[in-house]
Design a protein around this ligand. Structure first.
Ligand code: HEM
Length: 196
């Protein structure tokens, strides 16, 4: 193989990798989903199963046993069901509610669910939902959503801080207990010495 052929093969492999890995995820981030399209994705008649949380649409077809027709969580599909995710009320009316009305603690729950879907190996991101609560038809965040995202960021930071404080306290408690155990051992050893 000539060096030109080798160079060509390397560029081809890099190109294929780029389009399958980076290109695909980039495209899915940019993909816009309308409410009409989302509403058809409930698993009926063999359709795909999609759900949306905070305006991010995920394909959950792989979880048919939970989300398929007749299954417990089918009502969480084919709509943006952000509010039902924390209220546990799986109705169409509930799904229409705006998450801006949720408390910080409910929003923490939502963030955990979104993390679950975004980190899942089974499910994947389809794109952004065009909805007055989330994105406009160009994929730009709606003004109220910008405010909500800022709030979510603050909640995330405060949760991380709380976690860090908890971990530091736990570490301090463990260190204290270890010190105490060491002191007890020493005292016992001293007692044993004096008894001899
Ligand atoms: C706000 C209320 C609730 C919501 C939004 C919710 C949502 C979900 C979702 C989305 C799944 C599927 C997860 C996946 O894709 O792997 C799931 C699974 C499950 N849920 Fe719930 N759930 C709720 C309350 C409950 C309650 C009250 C129970 C039981 C008393 C329960 C029991 C289960 C069980 C047993 C599974 C299957 C877990 C597994 O096998 O991995 N859920 N839930």
């Amino acid at each position: 193989m000539t060096s030109r052929n080798i160079l060509f093969s390397i560029s081809l492999v890099i190109g294929i990798l780029y389009f399958t890995i980076i290109g695909r995820s980039g495209a899915s981030e940019r993909r816009l989903v309308t409410l009409e399209e989302l509403e058809t994705k409930n698993g009926e008649n063999g359709s795909l199963i999609w759900l949306s949380i905070l305006g991010k649409v995920y394909d959950v077809t792989e979880g048919k046993e939970y989300y398929g027709p007749g299954q417990s969580y089918n009502s969480l599909t084919a709509a943006d069901t952000t509010v039902p995710f924390v209220s546990g009320t799986f109705t169409k009316e509930e799904a229409k509610k705006d998450p801006v009305e949720l408390s910080d603690s409910d929003l923490t729950g939502i963030l955990e669910w979104q993390k679950f879907y975004s980190e899942s190996d089974k499910y994947h991101l389809v794109g952004k939902l065009v909805d007055p609560r989330y994105y406009d038809e160009h994929g730009k965040e709606q003004p109220t959503f910008v405010t909500l995202l800022e709030r979510l960021e603050k909640i995330k930071i405060s949760e991380e801080e709380k976690k860090a404080v908890k971990e530091a306290n736990k570490k301090a408690r463990l260190e204290q207990a270890a010190k105490q155990e060491e002191a007890n051992k020493k005292a016992k050893a001293e007692e044993a010495k004096q008894e001899m």
